[in-house]
Design a protein around this ligand. Sequence first.
Ligand code: GLC
Length: 576
Amino acid sequence: MDKALDTATIATVKNASWSGSVSHRATAGAEWWRSGVIYQIYPRSFADSNGDGMGDLPGITSRLGALVTLGIDAVWLSPFYKSPQKDAGYDVSDYCDVDPLFGSLADFDDLLTEAHRLGLRVLIDLVPNHSSDQHGWFQAALAAEPGSPEREFYHFAEGKGVNGELPPNNWLSLFGGPAWTRLTNIDGTPGQWYLHLFDSSQPDLNWANPAVQAAFEDILRFWLDRGVDGFRVDQPHAMAKAAGLPDHPDVERAGAGFIEGEASPPMWFQEEVHPIFRRWRAILDSYEGDRAMCGEAYVLPLSFMAHWVRQDEFNQTFNFRFLNSDWNAKTLFENINESFEAFDGVGAPSTWVLNNHDVIRHASRFGGLKIKPTDSDGVGPTDPQPDRELGLRRARGATLFMLGLPGSAYLYQGEELGLPEHTTLAPEFRQDPTFARTHGKRVGRDGCRVTLPWEAGVGAANGFNVTGASWLPQPVIYREYSRDLQEGVAGSTLELYKLALALRKDLRLGEGSFEWAEGLVEQNVLGYQNGDILIVHNFGHEPVALPAGQIIASSLQGMTAGHSLAADQTVWIRIS
Ligand code: GLC
C-alpha cells in the first residue's frame, strides 16, 4: 500500500465556536521525520573549541551530550562549507569541503559518528540557489567569454540602454539594492551583468542548465555517502527563474521577496523546480535508512506550500505560517487549521517552528514588539525595546503550546535557555549584509545569531569558549541565561524544554492526534487535545478555570494552584 496514504491523516471538519476547524488522525509508527524534533545548530555560535571566537565542528561534537539530555531527535547544521562568509556561510565556495574556520572534513566525520553513536540524526544545509562569487564555477565564468558554457552556470546578461548601462531587468536584491552587478572586462571596459537575488557575492546559479543539476546531484551523493541523514534546502523556491528573466510586474515589490497572493512573480516558485526535487528525493530514497529533505519553501498559502511535500518531493517544509503567527487565539486557530488541512491533504507532516537564524527570537518578539518575524529587519539600539519578562513568559507558553502539536517540530539553539534577541548590538559589530546594503536602515539578523552562554562567568562569552572571544559580542544579560545556571533548576526554561520533550516522546505526541477542545476555543483561551492530553493556553489577562485532570506540564512554575490558568500560561492536562 502507498506509504503516505497508509499513515494518512485526513482532515475532517468539526464544530468549534469559530468556523472551519479541523482534526487530525494519529500516525503511529511512521518515519522519524513525521514526528521528530529537530534542533538547529548555527555552527558559528554554538561552541568554540579553539578559542578564536568562532564556533566550530569539534566544539559542536563536544557538546552533543547536552542535546541528548535536552531530548531532541536530530540536528540541522547551518552551513560549515568553505566560504568567504559574506552571508555567514550561505555563500559557498566549495560544497564538498569544510571551511577551516570550522575545522576539517575529518572533524565533520567525527561529529557525525558521535551524533549517530548518541542516537541523533544529522541534517546539513544545502544552498543551491546561489554559490559564492569565489566558487570555482563563478571564477571560471568570469574568465570565459559571454555565451560560453562556463557563463551558462549562472545568469549573465547584457544590460539595457544604449551602452548596456542599465540592468537587464527590474529585480531587486532581498538584502536591499539591485539584484544585478555589472562586470568589468579584462581590458577595463564594462561587461555583462550577473544576477544575485541576495548579496552581490552570491551569484544565482542557472538551474535550467543540466550541468548545474548534475553537479548538485553529485554533491548530494558526496554527503549521503558520508552518512548524513538528510538536508535542509535553502531558498528552493528561488532556484528556477521565468524564461527570459522578464521584469517583475510590480517594481515596488521586485525586491521584497515572496508576497502572498502575488500573481506569478518571475523569480519565485516556478514549476520547473519540482522535477529537480523529485530526482533529489529519488536519490535520498536510494540510500538505506530514512533520509529526509526539508525545504525552506517560502510559499503561502499553505495549500500552495503543500505542493512541495507531495509524496515524491520534500519530506517537510518549514511552516512559515505558524512561525509568522501573531500570538493571539484567533490567528493561531486559523493557522493551525490551515496547517492540518494543507499538509494532511497530501499525507505530509506539518512542521511547527517559532525560531531560526533569520528571525527575531520569540522571547523578544512576544515582548511587545510590533514586527513580523520574517521581516529580517532585527531590532537595533535605537528601536523600541522588548519587555524581557513578558516576552519570556509568553515564549515559554508558546513553546509548550507548540510542542504538544502532532507533526515535526524545529527548535533553534538558545531558545531552550530562553535567550532574548541581542537588541542593543552596536553598528560596528553588525555583519549581516542587509545592514550594509541598506546603509543601516534594516539592522539585519545578527541579534539572533549571538554565541551561546554555556557556563556563567567562564570568559566574557560565558563558556562559549575559554578565551571569551566572540565573533558577535554577547550582551551582559546573557550571563544569567547560561545553561549551567538552569541545569537541574526547577522551573528554569531549560528544564521546561526538557520536560516537554520527554513527555512528548513518552506520550508519543508527535505521532498523535489533534482536535480542538470543546469549550476552549475563544478569544482568551485556546485548547486542543492530543489523545488524552489537553493543551491549553491563556491569551487573556484574567485567570481561566481549567477542566479536571492531572497537570503534567506548566509553562509557569507554581501558578496552577486552584486549577486555574494564569495569563500567558500553557498547561498540559491528562484528562482521562
Ligand atoms: C536563507 C537562509 C538565510 C540566507 C538566505 C540566502 O533564507 O536561511 O540565512 O541569508 O537564505 O542564502
